[in-house]
Design a protein around this ligand. Structure first.
Ligand SMILES: *[C@@H]1O[C@H](CO)[C@@H](O)[C@H](O)[C@H]1NC(C)=O
Ligand SMILES: *[C@@H]1O[C@H](CO)[C@@H](O)[C@H](O)[C@H]1NC(C)=O
Ligand SMILES: *[C@@H]1O[C@H](CO)[C@@H](O)[C@H](O)[C@H]1NC(C)=O
Ligand SMILES: *[C@@H]1O[C@H](CO)[C@@H](O)[C@H](O)[C@H]1NC(C)=O
Ligand SMILES: *[C@@H]1O[C@H](CO)[C@@H](O)[C@H](O)[C@H]1NC(C)=O
Ligand SMILES: *[C@@H]1O[C@H](CO)[C@@H](O)[C@H](O)[C@H]1NC(C)=O
Ligand SMILES: *[C@@H]1O[C@H](CO)[C@@H](O)[C@H](O)[C@H]1NC(C)=O
Ligand SMILES: *[C@@H]1O[C@H](CO)[C@@H](O)[C@H](O)[C@H]1NC(C)=O
Ligand SMILES: *[C@@H]1O[C@H](CO)[C@@H](O)[C@H](O)[C@H]1NC(C)=O
Ligand SMILES: *[C@@H]1O[C@H](CO)[C@@H](O)[C@H](O)[C@H]1NC(C)=O
Length: 671
């Protein structure tokens, strides 16, 4: 009984010691009203997920010291006007997941009696615009408000009229499509979440006090701050992920913006349109017309660097999944403390590090999945990038890289060069061409590097000393069909933890020196059996997909099972009648067989079955065979016994038979 247990709990607290804050939990019960018998001095009461549909007047009269009250998920339709009459100390009230759209007016009267109310959660209450504005009337002390998952469409001056102290407002997952002065009445607002709404644009942004603005997952095409404001904006984080921006946002001319998230938009730069020589007849400005007319139209010089606003404090710039094909002149240079630049999945064709002047603070540079066919960098530029730790160049069209690109970066820990056409140099000194680029890389002696990915680089032979003097923990060589590894990995045997050799067609490889290896990918290699040298390792992840394994000897399975956590097995022609290993992995609860229901096997007549539901009775193996034979032997004997019985009945008890047949089969005639 939740009530009793609550009382006990409260008593327990009292008896333990003189704790000042008494917390009483009565969640997930069947209470239909506030329990009465609790001690009068409790300060926190949790009544979530009960059935308290209304809160009658004076129902909390006994608990005048309450500071926190939580009534989420009760189907609450209203709070009666005087429910909170005596709760002068209440600061935090959670009314989430209720039906306050029904009794919102009376609820407002109740809330107005809480002079210290600071935090109010009204999420998921089916509130519409007018209901919310009535419900929030005169709540002048409110600092935190959660209105997420309601039915708000439009915000204007009346929405939050009296919330002068509001600091944090969550409006996620409503249907807001218009904001018209909605935040002019909340001058202290610092954190605003507008994610998952239907906003088409944010123009005339002028909330100088705001620190975090989250407008991700809307349909925003334009973000423009008010151009004439000279105040410093306090904005530090702006999230415009997953919108429809065409242009880099027009940020305020003075901000402290540190984190700018712009992934999954349609941003590119248009500086090239200003080039008089190539497009002499282009106009030099773009006009933004405001269809409502009462805000002035904006004319912007798109290649004028001031239009991007103040990005001099940016530390994180996330531009993943846009259409950027180049950076405007001086753009990168205006971000002297940039630490992470995420450009994955754009349209960059060249990257001239010398020209762009990346700052020394750069820690992560991800330009994967672009169309890069050229990287330019001189020695001086590279020495500046002393902090660069993570470099992802995968999925580009690179055929050459600057000769000393990697060896000049002393902090580099992770390099991904996958899916480019760049090899590993045969000699320790790359044969540099005139422009100091090379079609291969010398990795030897890169002591800082820990993770190296060279998937799909069309590698064939790896020179014996390719990885000498390195301390790699992760090495990916997958998708290099025909790769000859030989002795070249020996120098990594003391450090390597993950090795990817999927789709390399390797056959005989001795894994035993790699005592630290815990993750191994040897999928898609046509292996006919499990290499026995990997049995001495403490593998946690093993990818064996798409090989030619017909079974795994039970002793091997037994050795692997205790350490394994993740095992990939699909795409092998397993023998349905040799499944001991499968049962062994299955009964070891710590082994996760990925896509278990897709592991197939072949029976004696080469038919395919799902291993998970295959019954070994179908197999012809020795012990089962005998059962089958017994069955075959016994069935005729049983049949003939039955036959004899029937004949006996026919011959010796004909009367009985006649009677039965008459009774059951023949209809009595009427005459
Ligand atoms: C509520 O605020 C309105 C103005 O917004 C004021 O006229 C009214 O007197 C206030 N009511 C109470 C009970 O404070
Ligand atoms: C607001 O409520 C929603 C739903 O209950 C929750 O997911 C979200 O984290 C809350 N917002 C804040 C800022 O606490
Ligand atoms: C913005 O809100 C979305 C949805 O709640 C969340 O996933 C994202 O992490 C938020 N962004 C930031 C920068 O906090
Ligand atoms: C383009 O030409 C116009 C006049 O023809 C000139 O005013 C403008 O400065 C030129 N712009 C550039 C970028 O050269
Ligand atoms: C530019 O405009 C002039 C006059 O309007 C025209 O003669 C010329 O062909 C145009 N040039 C281009 C490249 O379109
Ligand atoms: C903005 O431009 C439109 C279209 O030219 C025009 O109708 C409107 O009057 C302009 N508004 C202002 C305030 O200038
Ligand atoms: C790279 O930028 C530097 C500095 O502006 C310039 O001298 C060099 O020509 C550029 N290289 C290429 C290939 O564009
Ligand atoms: C490099 O990183 C270190 C440690 O994070 C930091 O103290 C230093 O300021 C960074 N260097 C530059 C040039 O930003
Ligand atoms: C590099 O980027 C690719 C594509 O964006 C991604 O799949 C890969 O995991 C990244 N590499 C590393 C080491 O994070
Ligand atoms: C193993 O390598 C193959 C071939 O590149 C790849 O398709 C597969 O996703 C890799 N397995 C894991 C678990 O990453």
């Amino acid at each position: 009984d939740p009530l009793i247990s609550a009382v006990l709990l409260a008593k327990l607290y009292i008896s333990i010691s003189a704790i000042c804050t008494l917390l009483t939990l009565c969640n997930n019960g069947k209470l239909s009203s506030v329990p009465l018998g609790l001690p009068g001095y409790i300060e926190e009461l949790q009544l979530n997920h009960n059935h308290i549909q209304t809160l009658p007047n004076n129902s909390l009269l006994h608990y005048p010291l309450l500071k926190t009250l939580s009534l989420a998920g009760n189907g609450l339709v209203k709070l009666e006007s005087n429910s909170f009459q005596n709760l002068q100390l209440l600061e935090t009230l959670n009314l989430a997941e209720n039906d306050l759209h029904i009794g919102y007016q009376e609820t407002n009267h109740a809330l107005m009696q809480l002079p210290r109310l600071r935090a109010l959660d009204l999420s998921e209450n089916k509130l519409e615009d007018d209901m919310a504005s009535v419900l929030l009337q005169n709540l002048t002390s409110l600092e935190y408000l959660n209105l997420s998952r309601n039915l708000l469409l439009r915000l204007d001056e009346s929405s939050f009229r009296d919330l002068h102290q509001l600091k944090e407002l969550d409006l996620q997952r409503n249907m807001i499509f218009e904001i018209d002065g909605g935040f002019d009445t909340t001058p202290k607002l610092q954190r605003l979440n507008l994610a998952f709404n239907y906003l088409p644009c944010l123009t005339d942004f002028h909330m100088t006090q705001l620190v975090v603005l989250n407008a991700s997952h809307n349909s925003i095409e334009w973000f423009m701050s008010r151009q004439d404001l000279q105040n410093t904006f306090h904005l530090e984080t702006l999230d415009l992920t997953d919108n429809k921006l065409f242009f880099f946002p027009f940020l305020p001319s003075r901000t402290r913006l540190r984190n700018l998230y712009l992934s999954h938009n349609r941003i590119r730069f248009y500086e090239h349109l200003a080039d008089n020589a190539t497009s002499p007849n282009w106009t030099t400005s773009v006009q933004f017309y405001n269809l409502k007319g009462n805000v002035s139209n904006v004319t912007a010089q798109l290649w004028d660097e001031s239009v991007y606003g103040d990005i001099s404090s940016l530390e994180i710039l996330d531009l993943r999944g846009n259409q950027v094909d180049y950076f405007p002149r001086g753009f990168i240079g205006t971000m002297p403390v940039l630490s992470r630049l995420q450009m994955c999945t754009n349209c960059l064709k060249t990257l001239n590090l010398t020209l762009e002047q990346f700052p020394g603070s750069l820690y992560e540079l991800d330009v994967s999945n672009n169309r890069l066919n050229q990287i330019v960098a001189d020695e001086g530029t590279l020495t500046v990038l002393g902090n660069l730790t993570y470099l992802n160049l995968s999925l580009n069209d690179l055929e050459r890289v600057p000769t000393r690109l990697f060896s000049s970066l002393p902090s580099l820990r992770s390099v991904d060069l996958s899916y480019n056409d760049i090899g590993i140099c045969q000699s320790a000194v790359p044969e540099a061409s005139g422009d100091n680029t090379s079609d291969c890389v010398v990795w030897t002696n890169l002591v800082s590097l820990r993770q190296l990915s060279l998937k799909g680089c069309k590698l064939e032979g790896i020179p014996p000393s390719a990885f000498a003097g390195m301390f790699l923990t992760h090495l990916e060589l997958s998708d290099n069909p025909g790769l000859v590894v030989e002795e070249s990995l020996q120098s990594l045997s003391a450090t390597l933890q993950h090795l990817g050799l999927g789709n390399t067609h390797i056959q005989a490889f001795d894994f035993s020196p790699f005592q630290r290896l815990n993750s191994l990918n040897i999928s898609r290699n046509s292996l006919p059996y499990l290499p026995s040298s990997l049995l001495n390792l403490d593998l946690q992840m093993l990818d064996l997909r798409d090989n030619k394994l017909s079974t795994i000897p039970p002793s091997q399975a037994n050795t692997l099972a205790p350490n394994l956590r993740t095992l990939f097995l699909t795409g092998n022609p397993f023998n349905c009648c040799q499944m001991e290993w499968y049962r062994m992995f299955e009964t070891t609860k710590t082994v996760n067989m990925v896509d278990k229901s897709d592991i197939m096997c072949l029976d004696l007549s080469k038919r395919t079955h799902h291993m998970e539901i295959f019954s070994s009775l179908w197999c012809g193996d020795k012990s089962r065979e005998s059962i089958l034979w017994y069955l075959l032997l016994y069935i005729p004997i049983c049949l003939s016994f039955v036959g004899i019985l029937i004949i006996f009945l026919f011959t010796f008890r004909p009367k009985l038979l006649k009677k039965t047949i008459k009774k059951k089969c023949l209809k009595p005639t009427s005459y």
